[in-house]
Design a protein around this ligand. Structure first.
Ligand code: V47
Length: 380
């Protein structure tokens, strides 16, 4: 039973959601109030999720490529980065990049998710060349690449405007932007966890420019470190505002902080209950972003499964070569087979549907795994 004050507050929120009215900052804060049981928030988010997507849960066949971990920045939450001269540092050759593309192609991937460090010595042309090489060799693979952090670095390297850089990257093969680098937008927190890198203004400038050029993108929020509920809701409202203007975001991915091997290793990883509440609150606040992703690598498989009933409609992909979370202590497998990911979704009572990066159905020849075609966009 919910205590009566919280109960009547939640009833107001439920009435707003059922009437299709938008939730505001105070509603968002109330949804994080622990006296409103998670189950209530989750059920409401699930109703919205089912209204948008019925019983379907999406996945894709994808791989990650992190061409270098060498990075000029020292974000306090990052376990992946390396100094230029550290034995941990690596930078891939063109041959290694092509080999990864070939592996992705051989495994039927429709997407490569490409992000990495800001290397002290590598020119813009190296980053651009990675896209060009992959796209010319494997044109059917969608390249979801570079966050506003990298694009801001390219701006510094080339002295060209963001829009021209995005246009140029698209010519090279860029398909869309991943959601990373968002962390927490509010400067009270951002200045403490990643003071020097692209700020909220730059993050939004890059996504707005991408959307204006017709390039779709994703968005994320890193939670469970120094932020409070207020910073999380502020973050969601800023994303909702840009989406009202451009409509270019496809999916929102809440990312739980993993502390191992980071400067913030005194903190605990968020609990599964916190993970589920973040997903549910996001589904309820982001009424204009079609998809909410439960990234199984970060959540763990069981929580990702439960999340499909707490607002999420997407579980991310089969994934290969994920480093950012595994360097920070994730204990999830390095990848899942297609059969396994479909089974995990089916076990929750949802219907697995393979999508491409732009949320179009993928039809695969059961007799030849590498033979696939893009179908119609999914309804949302
Ligand atoms: O921006 C870094 C986060 C992000 C840690 O677009 C960490 O489909 C937790 O953006 N603990 C990169 N989080 C990952 C990302 C992403 C993931 C999956 C799908 C998509 C998509 C995007 O990971 C970074 C940062 O917010 N991160 N270090 C850490 N120790």
């Amino acid at each position: 039973m919910i205590a009566s004050a919280a109960q009547s507050r939640f009833s107001e929120i439920r009435a707003k959601v059922e009437a299709g009215q938008r939730l505001d900052l105070d509603d968002g804060l109330a949804l994080y109030d622990p006296s409103i049981p998670l189950q209530e928030v989750g059920d409401l988010a699930n109703a919205v999720r089912e209204r948008l997507h019925g019983n379907v849960a999406y996945y894709n066949i994808n791989t990650h490529l992190n061409p270098t971990n060498v990075c000029i920045y020292r974000c306090r939450f990052c376990a992946f980065r390396s100094d230029l001269r550290s034995p941990k540092g690596y930078t891939m050759s063109d041959e290694q990049v092509v080999a990864r593309g070939q592996e992705a192609f051989d495994n039927g991937c429709t997407e490569m998710h490409i992000v990495g460090g800001l290397h002290h010595k590598m020119p813009y042309e190296w980053y651009r060349g990675i896209l060009e090489t992959l796209h010319s060799n494997f044109p059917t693979i969608h390249l979801k690449a570079w966050t506003p952090v990298e694009v801001g670095w390219f701006e510094f390297l080339t002295k060209k405007p963001v829009r021209d850089i995005l246009d140029d990257l698209r010519d090279a093969g860029l398909g869309s932007l991943p959601g990373g680098g968002a962390e927490i937008f509010h400067s009270e927190v951002r200045d403490q966890i990643c003071e020097h890198k692209a700020d909220a203004h730059k993050w939004f400038e890059v996504h707005r420019s991408a959307h204006e050029l017709g390039i779709r993108s994703n968005c994320t929020m890193l939670y469970g470190h120094l932020e409070e509920a207020y910073h999380r809701i502020d973050h969601l409202l800023r994303l909702r505002e840009l989406q009202d203007q451009t409509g270019g975001f496809q999916t929102f991915i809440p990312l739980a902080f993993h502390p191992d091997n980071t400067e913030l290793n005194n903190l605990k990883k968020p609990s599964a209950l916190a993970d589920l509440r973040n997903l549910a609150v996001a589904r309820l606040m982001l009424d204009n972003i079609p998809h909410i992703k439960a990234y199984w690598i970060m959540l763990g498989i069981e929580t990702a499964q439960i999340a499909l009933h707490y607002g999420a409609d997407d579980i991310d992909g089969t994934v290969r070569h994920e480093l950012i979370y595994h360097d920070a202590g994730a204990t999830t497998p390095e990848m899942l087979s297609v059969d396994r990911i479909r089974q995990l979704i089916a076990e929750t009572g949802r219907t697995p549907v393979e999508r491409d990066t732009l949320y179009r159905h993928i039809h695969r020849d059961p007799a030849d795994f590498r033979n696939w075609q893009i179908g119609e966009p999914v309804a949302s």
